[in-house]
Design a binder for this molecule. Structure first.
Ligand SMILES: O=P(O)(O)OC[C@H]1O[C@H](OP(=O)(O)OP(=O)(O)O)[C@H](O)[C@@H]1O
Ligand SMILES: NC(=O)CC[C@H](N)C(=O)O
Ligand code: SF4
Ligand SMILES: [Mg+2]
Length: 443
């Protein structure tokens, strides 16, 4: 969609911590591709390395020393410009933070990004634990955080509504806190549990403490299950892969259509298409090939870059679509760029009919809790109905899940669905037009 994703964060207390952070960031690359950074603690000082681009472009692992404590971040900006000075971790020499989410009300506090706002609140407090408490009082929105201090404290915190994931695990006889459990398992560590909404994990000198600072009604981001998170992740006990299979099954059950073949739009819709194919008994074929150079187009900051990514992203297997009635499955439609291009490719290669089925509801509203959706006027479903969308993307038909079907498929009731329903589960109330003008980016 070319929504941008969330960010990915990691914090490690273990031997060889900076290298573990580095490897974790590579495995979290799907969550942010704008910049990457690591802060480590050496001889009582915090040292930060960061750069623009993918992890391997931004950071030189040969420069990372052996140290016990570090945090890391891959960014996709939701506030500010995405420049190097804003890249994370953001450090003032005493405290460094890596943050996933969006502080919805940060603009009321006069800082230029929400990350700066968090650093300011933490720095003004007498100690880091008190800083987190003050943050919870002041902040609205989504914030999964890792914090490192020059006193050797490592903190993991998940906002009281638990919008974003955060997992605690063991690694190298120490601890790791990361955005997704799949990363911990892949590095040979052992996920222990999800950090609870409102919970602070505090690690110092190898000792670990936990305190739930505040409780609230949980509103986990449904888009993590639909698109953002890795399919091999399990979030709050719910498998992302199984959710996607179920999204596809319900899509087939309630929005089926007669056809010869089901084709997923790689990457994230593949399990949805598997579910659809199983339930509908229409064979799935891998008709669209995602080329190796492909980046996640939704995360690209400008329309030109998004188009360039799409041009080189897909190839097509003509024999799969020629003279066939084709169902194309994607996880979401945001601006409609991807689907428009794909439907044209499938028709140009001789398909008889092209029906589009989407494993999420219509995205109609922006997000202020960690995802950089475009302005509502750029969201294709904000004003168009199914027929108009089908016309725009050149399909014979298009159908989406309803919000209720999506919640049933994911299988947990405590989900945020504001971008689909317009119901924002925030702590304070806002004029949505004002929010939209504050968060709008030039794209
Ligand atoms: O309607 P649009 O604005 O074009 O956006 C929708 C597309 O963007 C996402 O894919 P993306 O390319 O970001 O990543 P993916 O390869 O992981 O699916 C999503 O999976 C859709 O395919
Ligand atoms: N995607 C994110 O989690 C972004 C974090 C933070 N709001 C930033 O702009 O850097
Ligand atoms: S508005 Fe949408 S993308 Fe944003 S947190 Fe809610 S479900 Fe996730
Ligand atoms: Mg996609």
């Amino acid at each position: 969609m070319k929504v941008k994703e969330h960010c990915g964060i990691v914090g490690v207390y273990a031997d060889n911590s900076p290298m573990i952070s580095y490897e974790s960031l590579k495995l979290l690359q799907h969550r942010g591709q704008e910049s990457a950074g690591i802060t480590y603690r050496k001889d009582g000082s915090l040292v930060t390395m960061k750069g623009l681009g993918l992890v391997e472009e931004a950071l030189d692992p040969r420069l990372l020393p052996n140290a016990k404590l570090s945090i890391g971040h891959v960014r996709y900006s939701t506030t500010g410009k995405g420049s190097l000075d804003e890249a994370q971790p953001l450090s003032n020499g005493k405290i460094a933070i890596a943050f996933n989410g969006t502080i919805t009300n940060y603009f009321k506090f006069g800082t230029s990004t929400d990350t700066e706002f968090i650093l300011k609140v933490l720095s003004e407090a007498p100690n880091i634990k008190e800083g987190i408490r003050r943050l919870v009082d002041l902040a609205d929105g989504a914030y999964s955080l890792v914090v490192l201090t020059n006193d050797g404290e490592l903190i993991g915190f998940r906002d009281p509504k638990g919008f974003r994931p955060l997992v605690l695990g063991k690694i190298n006889n120490g601890y790791i806190i990361a955005s997704e459990d799949s990363v911990i398992r892949q590095l040979g560590g052992k996920p222990l549990r999800d950090v609870k909404p409102g919970e602070m994990i505090y690690i110092k000198d190898g000792e670990i403490e936990s305190e739930v600072i505040s409780r609230d009604r949980v509103s986990f981001c449904s888009f993590e299950y639909i698109y953002f998170a890795r399919p091999d992740s399990i979030i709050d006990g719910v498998s992302v892969y199984n959710s996607r299979i179920k999204l596809g099954e319900i899509l087939a059950e309630n929005h089926g259509v007669d056809a010869d073949v089901v084709i997923p739009v790689p990457e994230s819709s593949i399990p949805i298409a598997i579910g659809f194919s199983r339930k509908s008994k229409i064979p799935m074929e891998y008709g669209l090939i995602r080329t190796l150079v492909a980046k996640r187009s939704f995360i690209m900051p400008t329309q030109d870059k998004r188009n360039a990514v799409l041009e080189e992203k897909f190839g097509i297997v003509k024999s799969v679509v020629e003279n066939k009635k084709v169902i194309v499955i994607d996880d979401s439609i945001v601006r409609g760029n991807t689907m428009r291009k794909i439907v044209r490719m499938i028709r140009d290669n001789g398909a008889k009919e092209v029906h589009v089925r989407i494993g999420s509801p219509k995205v109609k509203y922006p997000c202020y809790m960690g995802i950089d959706f475009p302005l509502s006027k750029e969201l294709i479903a904000s004003e168009k109905d199914e027929k108009e969308i089908a016309k725009y993307i050149g399909a014979d038909s298009v159908e989406f899940l309803t919000v209720e079907e999506m919640i049933k498929a994911i299988g947990r009731p405590d989900l945020c669905h504001a971008c689909f329903s317009g119901v924002y589960p925030l702590k304070f109330s806002y004029n949505l037009q004002v929010l939209e003008s504050i968060f709008k980016k030039v794209s």
